[in-house]
Design a protein around this ligand. Sequence first.
Ligand SMILES: [Zn+2]
Length: 481
Amino acid sequence: MKYETIIGLEIHAQLLTESKMFCACSTKFGAKPNTNICPVCTGQPGVLPVMNQKAIELAIKTALALNCKIEKSSVFARKNYFYPDLPKDFQISQYELPLATLGHLDIVVEGKKKRIGITRVHLEEDAGKLVHKGAARIMGATESLVDYNRTGVPLMEIVSEPDLRSPAEAKAFMETLQHLLQFIGVCDAKMEEGSLRCDANISLRPAGEQKFGTKTEVKNMNSFKAVFKALKAEEKRHEEVLSEGGKINQETRFFDDITEQTIGMRSKEYAHDYRYFPEPDLVPIEPSADWLAKIKNTSGELPEAKRDRFLNEYKLPEADAEVLLATPALTAYFEECLKLYDHPKTIANWLMGDLTAYLKTNNLAIEQINLTPAQLVEMLQMIDKGTISGKLAKTILVEALKSGKTIKDIVAEQGLTQISDEGEIKNIIDEVIEKNPKQVGEFRSGKDAVVMFLVGQVMKLSKGRAKPDAVQKLLRQKLGQ
Ligand SMILES: [Zn+2]
């Protein structure tokens, strides 16, 4: 029997705020364990939470970018469960009345655009972190330590509709979402570092069937690759169980990235297990129209609109647009260059070619280099004016990236300007003719192609500073043709 795969994702994104969701503790990553804590985030009796306005703004900004409807009133709730990483024994989250609903995100898989529904976007606080000694997980560990630094860090949960039909679509969704979150600056969205996390609900149903099959929830996917592999493995498992007439248990499963299999953890909790009720210490979030408009204005142009502009206004090929939009920093660099130099394709070529090659070799990101867009543009203008050759510019660029010196200084120090003095070129040509009598003879006897060899020799002697066109012209004159 043929089955159809149904996948929905629940994504947790850490919001880029300085302080936690309900207290003033720092959210800084990497601090000594249990140093960014206070009575509020460790759940001491009598404390009261205070909402972090910045976190709400970032979540609204995201919801708007995801085309969601921002609810007039949303309410925090207590989600009760007992686990050592949760000092209050409840997590403040949003349940019945989330911040935003009914959005969508477009993804592209195998060249085809597909619209994926967003069920909701809501705010909550993160739990602490358990470190297990003696084993990678709690199973087999001799002791477990808890670090409450992460407790209370603002999280945004984004829930997709079960619109995804394959592990590849799920991966594409995560990548598109990561890109969007980074672009609007709400989350650094690094799956490997845990600032972007994802759980997936997956089920299979016979092709043509309308009713959903029983779903399982897959956890512990710490990279885009893991999302794909875990869902592939789980899809296969469902298919095997179902085709043998078996039944899928609704449960949470853990992806083991060593065996690349999913392992059953516990039967899935149902909402009633959490005994949700409205958080009595917090008022509802009721954003005014003015505030929403202000937040919307801070978003700037979204990646999709930028892409359209790169293709239609700048007439860039799709592959170029894709590379230039890969990271917000690269896009900003490109657009900064463009303000000073109105040749999009030339800039794109340099960014995608020599600059990217240098970054890759040295394992750098564009935000780590000293070369400013203005410097790069200065170099491009020197090529246009004929002050330096395009070929030498490649060397100059690398030198500027390495040394942090300005383009002008490098050109001046190393005498890299093109030779415009004909006399100087003629001297070099004389030298080349003298040194290569065989090739000169061949050329004179009618082997025209040899001229390129002689041009090459002149270029070599001039250290690339002569203009090849001028050299060829002068050479032909000199050799009487
Ligand atoms: Zn605190």
